[in-house]
Design a protein around this ligand. Structure first.
Ligand code: AMP
Ligand code: ZN
Length: 138
């Protein structure tokens, strides 16, 4: 399935050219045009899924092995001691392109990391949150 208005559908299909690191029947791996660090990659499924909640399970099952394969090559080639896998879902979480994508972001050990600020939570609050989410878990 494809969304005619989706830029990542066009990139994944090759209609819009990109610097492609890897491609197979399910995915295209490209370089982010506004990289968080040198070598920042995006794994795009070729089919259109808006986010993780829409992602086909068979595609999802291939995603983590591919992420590890690409990250291993990236670590070796770029000598980055660490990396992030980041995947944003929804505008509130910073998703700007509504076509599922996995970021692979190399970390060289010198960057300021601003993923989140550790907060606080009581045991009672945790228990209440656990109860509410647990009720919905299928
Ligand atoms: P997200 O905020 O998780 O939706 O990430 C979208 C990412 O896509 C951002 O890091 C952008 O820099 C990147 N991006 C947007 N348009 C393009 C494009 N045409 N080619 C490569 N990367 C892009
Ligand atoms: Zn798309």
């Amino acid at each position: 399935m494809r969304d005619e208005n989706c830029i990542f559908c066009k990139i994944a299909s090759g209609e819009i050219p990109s610097t492609t690191l890897y491609e197979d029947g399910d995915f295209r791996v490209i370089f982010d045009l506004a990289p968080a660090s040198p070598g920042h990659l995006l794994i795009l499924p070729k089919e259109h899924f808006a986010d993780l909640l829409e992602l086909d399970e068979a595609v999802a099952a291939k995603l983590l092995p591919l992420s590890a394969r690409v990250a291993r090559a990236m670590k070796e080639a770029l000598s980055c001691p660490g990396f992030h896998l980041v995947q944003n879902n929804g505008e509130a979480a910073g998703q700007t392109v509504r076509h599922f994508h996995m970021h692979i972001i190399p970390r060289y050990g010198k960057e300021e990391l601003l993923l989140w600020k550790p907060g606080e939570c009581t045991e009672e609050e945790r228990a209440e949150l656990c109860r509410r989410i647990g009720e919905k878990l299928q």
